[in-house]
Design a protein. Sequence first.
Length: 436
Amino acid sequence: MTHWIKGWLAVIAIATPVAAAADAGPTLRSDSTSEVIVAAANVVRPVLRPEGVQRASERLAASDAGFRTWIAGFRSRAIVAGIRKPTLDAAFAGVRYDAGVIRRDRNQSEFSKQIWDYLDTAVSPARVANGRKALDHNSAALDQIEARFGVDKEVVAAIWGLESAFGAVRGGEPLIGSLATLAYDGRRGEFFEEQLVAALKIVQAGDVAPRAMTGSWAGAMGHTQFMPTSYLSHAVDFTGDGRRDIWSEDPTDALASTAAYLKHFGWTKGQPWGVEVRLPASFDPSLARRALTRNPAEWANEGVRDTAGRKVPNYGRASILLPGGSDGPAFMIFDNFAVIERYNKADAYVIGVGHLSDRLKGGPAIQAEWPRQHRAISASQRKEIQRRLQRRGFGVEKIDGIIGPNTIDAIRAFQKSAGLGADGFPTQDLLTALGR
Ligand SMILES: [Ca+2]
């Protein structure tokens, strides 16, 4: 689970911190919305750059001293939050500052991955095949989970596939040390301190021993990568042994917890996340925005059809989404799309989960071609687009390189004024069209 601001190129969560903050939704990289997502499917953790051993060890020593002092202060705050001293003693035994965690936290890519590149990995033929095997091997548990929570088992399995490659890559970092390091580091200190306190509550409740409590470097735990606060709010003991065990080889509790999480946020059984559609040539791309919802019948009146040319059944109100701009596939998306967003806000992630689940149900690949000719644009190019929009009087609030709703609206306004299709999609061509 990760939190990304909605944006076109939101793609890459190398080391996606699944952070579903209790009720606020998954919030991991909450303030780092410029990061791209790409839960590079099999890459839960990025590879570290090699670095001089000497330098690293010097820095580690300096940081470790500060870290010790920080822990002493943190212990008082944790006790106020209800953590008992023996829990703290056990949890912090042998915990050290972890410079590798901070390196990973700082390791941001300048380039966003395009959604099609992300999906090539996220829903690769191997991923689909492994998913079918995983569904097969866990069919009894998944059927019971579906019956209990009313969440399609293929959707639960798809999240499992994207978060940990069906349990193969769950993250082996000792959680208390990673979270304490990130909380001490302070870039998102408040968020990680909250996660650390939640992790200690989990240990205190006896669900897992401190040493066995492992996760990604950024605190996402188990088969479906729950952040500690999400775990406290949503994890369930489905096996009935009294422990909510999302760390063990047996994925049952983790999968049930994911279903419980989606149910909590309003999953509608039987409703698709989205349906690939064909738009008529006359379709105005400015209608493709989340805020504009219509019934499928109303969309049908606009000429919107599924890929077989049929009207889309009435699953509820829907928006049209053009995740690769006007030149790429179009989807009619329903409320369940927003439920999957509770795991990770990026369109690429949600479509990855949704499409993988469709494939696990036996559905076809996405039919329309992606506009693969569009090269990824860098963070500095995204800022340059914002600067040029601003200069031309198309209100961009902040030059931050984040293509969020505000920037997308400004792009659409510019496109309209220039007689271009207003799809709001940032490309190299757009940058050129904006002039200097
Ligand atoms: Ca259990």
